[in-house]
Design a binder for this molecule. Structure first.
Ligand code: ADP
Length: 510
């Protein structure tokens, strides 16, 4: 059972994923010989009962078809038993005399993966004695995440944790999932949803909100922990804010193929064996918004200001100078990776007119200088060679994909290729809207301007040409005004100058 019912929804509710190798065990609750395994959402079982995870991480068990715990296989644990502490038994509503049904559970096997965006938790004391020690909410959240990262949580779940030698009991109230499989750039709301039956994996990026238990004397202070922002998608990211018209589909494609993994913090992505995409190639006619997209990707990923370089600029006739240019380009990323390792922020390098460095590659003595070769080789080594950097995203751009060196396009290199083509009518209207936003907001656009009509009559215009059209319409309006009088008169008058449809049509005819 299970099959594909949950596929693509990212949900882990419903029937468990099919596990060909897993078998269902009938286990009797028992005391763990080692109390350290009875806290949190971990249970212990006999190492003979379950197969340990290959990577040494936790194995997850689905208990009674509804509750997921991570299981530690212990050699010393009696076969046919499972340790379930008081909080776990309360959550699952089982008694020590019951027998439970336990099945291996693979959080990733239903093809879609769910991670916790945020989780609301009620905190209380587990012991009889309480303390009035004030707890810093942020610090407690840190400790919680540190202890339980990569584990699965669901609403209603109860767990125990010692915090500064005080036993605490947590009750999960609600979880909010970030579903990377359904991430759609344009409609940001698909990214998060609330589901009372959802389960999700806790990551260091998950936000933890503690609500104070009325019975508890814990004083929580400080704001709730917000997810860290380096090198993952900014939580406040909105596609509409990007100011890119007509490229929703392209952008969401890039987003899905190149950045879904960036929702994970660097450490976790590695643990899951997910390689961040290190290079993207944007290709298509000039003026279609490639540079715009490249820059906006940087903003979205919360990277530093991207470094921009262009092909012809890199090439230098002086021996060694081109390599030096490339070296400089990567120097900051290199330095930060050395100093901070995994914690390094993301460095974006935009390489415009990438074809220029490729043209000469392999062209040999017959005119080529071989400079392009060494530039390409150096790029390759930063992407996947001995000098490999993990904290970079190289965005190459070209009008001529066919000119790009094959070696640069292989997997692990500029592996996501995206064609940015001329906008269609709807795209042109969006672009017109974007570029007239300011004049509309300032009341400078006459009501007779028909953007839909303009979109129809600008076939084969690129985004840059549409931006140019809007500028030129403004100067038409200004000229119209100038004709009406002196410059002095214009000074008083320019306040009510408006750009009309006739100005756009005039600009179109130019
Ligand atoms: P490319 O890199 O493909 O040659 P650019 O990104 O440099 O094109 O585009 C130049 C300018 O044209 C941009 O700064 C922007 O003002 C405008 N432009 C191009 N495409 C779009 C678009 N799809 N949406 C909004 N503006 C665009």
């Amino acid at each position: 059972h299970g099959e594909k019912s949950g596929y693509g929804t990212g949900s882990m509710r419903g029937p468990p994923p099919s596990q060909p190798s897993g078998r269902t065990l009938q286990l009797r609750p028992a005391k763990s010989p080692d109390n350290s395994f009875t806290f949190g959402n971990v249970c212990a079982v006999s190492a003979q009962d379950i197969t340990p995870a290959r990577d040494g991480g936790d194995t997850h068990l689905l208990i009674n078809g509804a509750f997921v715990l991570s299981a530690r296989p212990l050699p010393s644990f009696p076969r046919g038993h499972i340790s379930l502490n008081d909080a776990q038994r309360t959550w699952m509503q089982v008694a020590l005399t019951d027998v439970v049904d336990a099945q291996p559970y693979d959080p990733f096997s239903n093809g879609a993966q769910s991670y916790l965006g945020s989780m609301d938790i009620e905190v209380g004391f587990a012991g009889k004695k309480s303390t009035e020690a004030p707890y810093d909410q942020d610090e407690l959240a840190e400790a919680f995440v540190h202890t339980f990262r990569n584990q699965i949580f669901a609403p209603g779940q109860q767990l125990l944790m010692d915090y500064r030698s005080v036993p605490l009991r947590f009750t999960i109230r609600t979880v909010e999932l970030v579903d990377i499989s359904s991430l759609k750039g344009p409609d940001g709301d698909a990214q998060q949803r609330r589901d009372p039956h959802a389960r999700g994996i806790l990551t260091p990026e998950s936000a933890i909100n503690f609500s104070k238990d009325a019975r508890s004397l814990i004083q929580l202070k400080g704001s709730s922990r917000r997810p860290a922002a380096n090198s993952v998608i900014r939580p406040d990211f909105k596609f509409e804010d990007l100011g890119i018209g007509g490229l929703d589909r392209e952008f969401s494609d890039i987003f899905r193929r190149a950045f879904a993994s960036r929702i994970f913090p660097p450490g976790l992505a590695e643990k899951l064996g997910i390689q961040h995409v290190r290079g993207i190639l944007l290709y298509g006619p000039p003026g279609t918004g490639k540079t715009l997209i490249a820059r906006q990707i940087g903003k979205m990923l919360n990277a530093r200001d991207p470094k921009v370089i262009n092909g012809p600029e890199v090439l230098n006739k002086y021996v060694g100078q081109s390599e030096e240019n490339i070296r400089k380009l990567f120097a900051d990323a290199e330095k930060e990776q050395k100093e901070k390792g995994d914690e390094s922020g993301l460095h974006i390098i935009i390489f415009d007119e990438l074809d220029a460095v490729c043209k000469q590659r392999g062209s040999g003595a017959g005119g080529g200088t071989g400079v392009g070769d060494s530039v390409v080789n150096q790029l390759l080594s930063k992407l996947d060679g001995v000098d490999q950097l993990n904290n970079i995203l190289l965005i190459g751009m070209t009008n001529r994909k066919d000119m790009i060196d094959e070696a640069l396009l292989r997997s692990g290199r500029l592996e996501v290729h995206m064609e940015i083509s001329l906008p269609d009518e709807a795209g042109r209207q969006q672009i017109l809207k974007i570029h007239t936003t300011k004049m509309r907001e300032n009341g400078k656009m006459a009501s007779d301007v028909d953007l839909a009509e303009l979109a129809r009559s600008t076939r084969n215009f690129s985004g840059a040409e549409i931006a140019g059209l809007v500028k030129s319409a403004s100067s038409f309006a200004l000229q119209r005004h100038l004709k009406g009088g002196t410059v002095a008169a214009l000074k008083d008058d320019v306040g009510d100058m408006q750009i009309r449809m006739e100005d756009f049509l005039g600009a179109l005819q130019e």
